[in-house]
Design a protein around this ligand. Sequence first.
Ligand code: ADP
Length: 248
Amino acid sequence: LPLTPVLLYLDDVSVSFDGFKAINGLSLAIEAGEMRAIIGPNGAGKTTMMDIITGKTRPDSGDVLFEGDMDLTQHDETEIAQAGIGRKFQKPTVFEDQTVRENIELALAGERSVFASLFYQESEADKARINALLDTVRLTHRASELAADLSHGQKQWLEIGMLLAQDPKLLLVDEPVAGMTDAETIETAKLLREIAKTRSVIVVEHDMGFIRDLDVKVTVLAEGSVLAEGSLDHVSAHPDVIESYLGR
Ligand code: ADP
């Protein structure tokens, strides 16, 4: 085992759909405070891997350990979210008819009951927290505008801000820069690097320029298991990686 603390550990995980092994003996260790990029051809099992980590799909075999001893295969999606794993899906899902600030407020209020929310007064600490989150996701100047009026990229950032409001220990991010402008893509790499200073992040992406900007360890998935792991230059030079992308 590595010497740094492992936050998430997948050990020999497999799952089949109708006899087809979507995940096939997958092992993966994500350290506390690490950002990891996951790449791989379509059908490699990237989405299924995220589904397993977040409790949406239960593996047929293998262990998925969070913080050493929490076996995620024994918990449902809500429990896993509460344990500190946040997931950003590819499409932004913000409240379009609320302001940017209200979206963050709603995310922070997520844990309060509807009844408690009726009587809730925002404290100075909450305000400071909301301002800091808006700052982190580059949306302070748009705080009082409707989320509907944001660009696609800004909606992605807003949703990342909403997830950060839950203070996850691990954030899973699925193709964040798909559909973004070049400037937004560059900014998103910076944003994720900032976020990864205080938590672990797993990013699934196809955009190799973006992965290069992230400058993190890369895991290449193919046919449901790890094909190669290391720096982008290291995995790009791997003959099996070239084969799995360009071959067939
Ligand atoms: P990726 O995200 O890397 O493109 P997926 O995890 O979506 O790969 O899919 C891996 C394989 O598992 C694909 O062949 C896909 O068709 C299959 N698969 C994924 N989910 C299901 C499901 N719920 N039922 C049947 N097959 C599935």
